[in-house]
Design a binder for this molecule. Structure first.
Ligand code: 5GP
Ligand code: ZN
Length: 113
């Protein structure tokens, strides 16, 4: 997607603080952190949200979740963390390239607002 900011970040065309990357997955620090640790995990391939996932994306999701739990461990988030994705307007999705937020380093409330 030519006009997608997260495609550009994954391609290195827009700078970011990279936390993890492999062939399929890219992870970088959120520009506007909502917790002491706030990292975004995205597939390199453009998908607008989890609403576009199919069963063929199972291995991709496994890679994203495995990367996230490894990063959480590396960051010392042994007290816990949250891993969430926002889908559509009611959830407040603002960037339409699938991304998962890893949030940690503070107590979280539930349910979220
Ligand atoms: P959403 O609201 O779509 O679930 O989350 C989008 C997230 O992307 C927000 O937390 C926002 O701070 C982050 N974000 C938006 N633009 C950029 C950017 O250019 N660089 C980085 N690192 N984060 C961004
Ligand atoms: Zn994209």
């Amino acid at each position: 997607m030519d006009d997608c900011i997260f495609c550009k970040i994954a391609a290195g065309q827009i700078p970011s603080t990279v936390v993890y990357q492999d062939e399929d997955v890219f992870a970088f620090r959120d520009l506007n952190p909502q917790a002491p640790e706030h990292i975004l995990f995205i597939p390199r391939r453009h998908l607008a949200s989890m609403a576009e996932l199919t069963p063929a994306d199972g291995p991709l999701l496994a890679s994203i979740f495995t990367a996230a739990k490894n990063v959480a461990h590396q960051l010392g988030l042994e007290q816990g963390y949250r891993f969430v994705t926002n889908v559509g307007p009611h959830a407040g999705q603002s960037v339409f390239h699938l991304h998962f937020h890893l949030l940690g380093g503070r107590d979280m409330t539930w349910p979220p607002g």
